[in-house]
Write a protein that binds this ligand. Structure first.
Ligand SMILES: Nc1ncnc2c1ncn2[C@@H]1O[C@H](COP(=O)(O)OP(=O)(O)OP(=O)(O)O)[C@@H](O)[C@H]1O
Ligand SMILES: [Mg+2]
Length: 222
């Protein structure tokens, strides 16, 4: 008998309001273990909002989030963090006044970089640092909102290699991206959002150039 494991993360139609505007409409999806989901969409499509709601950074008026069978809906951010998701928000995601050493809480990191103030790193380096830190706490779910894919290609390789390793170790990975191709190369599944709704969902391998052009436009399908 084949036992199908339930998805690690289940997101059911969260209602998030920014003022009077409702950011998401009927957005439900799942993230299985050992797999990566790319969340794509043009500017303002609602890509970051489910991650913010899952982490408790914005309140939800309705809908639900479950991680590993535990309902996280409406819990405060600290309690959610203890349950295992790691969210790398858009932007820097490190504590700029702490040293790299403090950020990584790593007793062995005694090299030059280890003593550099994290705020003096470039934006891309800070993203790398926040990813390294996130993976160190042995998360079950990593949500990376807009990794610095525009920076040095070598660094991008390192980023995806660490995510790949995490995925092989059983982590569910969600990569939120405006630029599709690199995320799709990596991901198993794909969710395309547009104006707060799901425009397309399916296998990452099936999200071809024509589909991406239609949903993301010429510039962001690259
Ligand atoms: N704090 C806020 N106040 C008001 N409106 C907001 C706020 N944050 C987001 N919105 C609006 O909600 C919608 C969804 O925002 P969201 O940040 O999830 O989109 P996104 O796809 O992540 O955008 P981006 O590509 O810019 O990262 C957008 O129309 C956005 O303008
Ligand atoms: Mg965003």
């Amino acid at each position: 008998m084949t036992v199908i494991a339930p998805p690690l993360l289940t997101v059911r139609d969260p209602t998030v309001r920014y003022g009077t505007a409702q950011a998401l409409l009927d957005v439900s999806f799942e993230a299985p273990r050992n797999s990566a989901l790319a969340v794509l969409g043009p500017n303002g499509a609602g890509k970051s909002t489910p991650a913010r709601a899952l982490s408790g950074l914005v309140p939800t008026a309705a809908g639900s989030f479950a991680l590993d069978g535990r309902d996280l809906t409406g819990r405060p951010p600290d309690s959610i963090r203890r349950a295992g998701p790691v969210h790398l928000p858009e932007g820097r995601g490190v504590f700029p006044t702490l040293t790299v050493l403090e950020n990584l809480r790593m007793a062995t990191a005694c090299d030059r970089r280890g003593r550099q103030a994290a705020g003096t790193l470039s934006g891309g380096e800070q993203q790398m640092l926040s990813l390294a830190r996130a993976l160190m706490v042995d998360p079950r779910l990593v949500v990376a909102d807009e990794l610095p894919l525009g920076v040095a290609p070598k660094m991008v390789d390192v980023v995806f290699e660490s995510l790949r390793r995490a995925r092989s170790a059983g982590v569910a990975v969600i990569v939120i991206e405006q630029f599709a191709s690199r995320a799709l190369d990596f991901a198993d599944h794909c969710l395309v959002l547009r104006r707060g709704r799901i425009a397309w969902a399916g296998d990452a391998a099936l999200a071809g150039p024509e589909l991406l052009r239609r949903h993301l436009g010429e510039a962001t399908a690259a």
